[in-house]
Design a protein around this ligand. Structure first.
Ligand SMILES: Cc1cc2nc3c(=O)[nH]c(=O)nc-3n(C[C@H](O)[C@H](O)[C@H](O)COP(=O)(O)O)c2cc1C
Length: 199
């Protein structure tokens, strides 16, 4: 199947098969793929926590509102986090990035102030969400991106200090009765003519 067809078939899973486990080889590939995500100036202000154990999954499910069942029945939950404070981010880039990239940050991003810096950092993490969802589509892995979680509750459970949670993605195998699959609930999008503009 070509990539366009894979993207037509992917969808947000609402009900997982609790017995559908993703193999270690695919999980390792997803880890490497996430680590390859692009980011502005190669800033990489993120952490990706792979949760596999039942106890932790149950605790996080309690902080996942209407997404509770998806977290519980998924094979793995991936929690996407961003560096909590700007100072640690600046230290990280000082240690890892070439001078030109640091200069870009100091002249183009930093002068915009704390709120804009935090927003810019979060944008980078969202890019990696796109990478993961596309990779899952290509690999035949079902997924659910979830902002409908309690990030502060996640941070307490995960003992997150340096990083804070932004969102999570459940991955696994759809339940065959899942009513959201495109065969039962066709994809709904704005018309391409409205969104894709030829200039
Ligand atoms: C950042 C983000 C957060 C989302 N949060 C949730 C969520 O908490 N629970 C849920 O069931 N779906 C969630 N969704 C799924 C969207 O509703 C879904 O992607 C959109 O309706 C398009 O449908 P499709 O993914 O099935 O093509 C989220 C999607 C994104 C990209």
């Amino acid at each position: 199947m070509n990539f366009l067809d894979q993207m037509k078939k992917r969808y947000t899973v609402k009900k997982y098969n609790p017995n559908g486990k993703i193999g270690e080889e695919q999980i390792s590939a997803l880890k490497e793929i996430l680590n390859l995500s692009p980011s502005s100036i190669n800033s990489q202000p993120w952490n990706f926590i792979f949760v596999n154990g039942d106890i932790l999954k149950k605790q996080l499910a309690e902080k996942s509102y209407f997404n509770k069942g998806k977290v519980l029945d998924s094979s793995h939950l991936i929690v996407f986090q961003v560096l909590r404070d700007t100072e640690s981010f600046e230290k990280q880039i000082e240690e890892n990035l070439p001078e030109g990239s640091i200069n870009y940050y100091n002249t183009m991003v930093k002068p915009q102030g704390e709120t804009a810096i935090q927003s810019w950092l979060a944008h980078q993490v969202y890019l990696s969400l796109g990478v993961l969802l596309s990779a899952c589509a290509a690999m035949g892995i079902d997924s659910t991106p979830m902002e409908g979680i309690e990030p502060d509750g996640y941070d307490v459970i995960l003992n997150s200090d340096k990083y804070k949670t932004l969102f999570a993605v459940a991955i696994g195998e759809r339940d065959e009765t899942d009513a959201n699959q495109p065969e039962l609930n066709p994809k709904s999008r704005l018309k391409a003519e409205k969104v894709i503009i030829e200039a």
